[in-house]
Design a protein around this ligand. Structure first.
Ligand SMILES: C[S@@+](CC[C@H](N)C(=O)[O-])C[C@H]1O[C@@H](n2cnc3c(N)ncnc32)[C@H](O)[C@@H]1O
Length: 353
């Protein structure tokens, strides 16, 4: 039986790598496939051609998956001349037809993006989670997030006075808001659509155990490999593009190149923290400013912060819309839009002022 090329990224077509892997050898497949479909066909034909090709990759992924394994497949939408096809709609039946069992359709929401003028602006992508059987790993305790009302207690019955929610935190749910890896993100490399490491960490920690094997057939700049390694899991995968493959290898090595350049700010900061070298000696590939900044000076907001901000913003926008519909004055939220009159005290506040 062929052995697994553990902790390596094959430089080449993932179909070559997949065909060399034994059946039932991988615990988790997590990936985002390419979907820049090229223009060599009329767009609908191109889409069908692409889906058929991807179906071949997924068939191989299902073959190499262990009985207890999972596939997480992250996709956005195919857009062409105003037409929009959410790709998960095409992938869902393919995954089902391979005998896999759907567990979640995770919405990865975005606060920002292009503003459309002829349709609603797109603000989410999706992650489909399928398992091979009912006997699968889901470590909820490893990925709990703070409760909304941490100290909420039962107010009647046998449990009166006891905490009514798990003090260790709650299930994060299926709407995720990890910030996109764009400008100012410390993980940003030259790749236009890399995964945020924290998003992959949530998947890795929930769906695998230490020592498990994780496959990403479309490694890009190696985010899945970096996260797997950092959490004591094995990885393997493929990347076709030599530039992205090189960046992935540099991220994994954690060392600068011969010109003292790192693939991203995160690898640079990790290096200077580990070695004690002065940060000013190094640069990173997508650096804009004169000098890289220390991590201690960076503002880091957890996912919960962005989620709360988005909830607040959407609630405000819907209240403003409701006011418009009813001919009322729009509510003003100084924190959200920074303008408008000072909020007036409520009658109760006036009474106790
Ligand atoms: C959406 S990107 C994945 C980015 C990745 N998640 C990351 O965090 O860097 C898809 C990648 O698949 C690569 N690719 C496209 N076709 C491929 C193939 N047949 N085999 C291997 N890699 C391929 C592309 O070069 C691209 O980097």
């Amino acid at each position: 039986m062929p052995s697994l090329p553990l902790d390596t990224i094959y430089h080449g077509d993932c179909r070559e790598l997949l065909s060399s892997l034994p059946d039932a050898s991988v615990d988790l497949v997590v990936s985002s496939p390419p979907y820049n479909l090229g223009k060599e066909y009329e767009s609908k034909v191109a889409l069908q051609h692409y889906v058929d090709e991807q179906a071949g990759v997924l068939r191989e992924c299902a073959r190499v998956l262990k009985r207890t394994g999972s596939i997480f497949w992250q996709v956005g939408a195919f857009a062409d001349a105003g037409m929009l096809v959410p790709l998960d709609i095409r992938f869902f039946p393919i995954l089902e037809s391979l005998g896999l069992i759907p567990r979640n359709r995770i919405v990865w929401a975005r606060q920002h993006g292009l503003h459309a003028s002829k349709k609603f602006s797109c603000r989410h992508e999706t992650i489909l989670w399928f398992t091979r059987s009912d006997d699968y790993t889901f470590n909820l305790d490893a990925i709990r997030v703070p409760q909304k009302y941490q100290n909420k207690k039962h107010y009647r019955g046998d449990k009166k006075g006891e905490l009514s929610c798990n003090p260790d935190g709650k299930n994060p749910g299926d709407i995720w808001l990890f910030r996109n890896v764009k400008h100012n993100h410390e993980e940003q490399t030259i790749h236009p659509c890399q995964f945020p490491e924290d998003l992959i960490a949530r998947i890795v920690l929930s769906a695998t155990k230490p020592g498990d094997v994780i496959l990403d057939p479309f490694m890009g700049v190696g985010t899945v490999a970096v996260v797997a390694r950092d959490h004591g899991r094995h990885f393997l995968g493929a990347e076709l593009d030599p530039g992205y493959h090189k960046v992935a290898m540099q991220r994994l090595s954690g060392e600068p190149d011969e010109n003292r350049v790192f693939p991203n700010l995160k690898t640079l900061r990790d290096y200077v923290e580990r070695t004690g070298e002065p940060i000013g000696r190094y640069r990173f590939a997508v650096q804009v400013g004169e000098r890289a900044t220390e991590r201690s000076k960076a503002k880091v907001y957890p996912e919960e912060h962005h989620l709360a901000e988005m909830e607040e913003r959407l609630a405000y926008e819907e209240e403003a819309f409701a006011a418009d519909l009813r001919g009322h004055e729009r509510p003003v939220d100084r924190k959200l839009n920074g303008v408008g009159p000072k909020p007036q005290p409520s009658p109760e506040e006036k009474l106790f002022a």
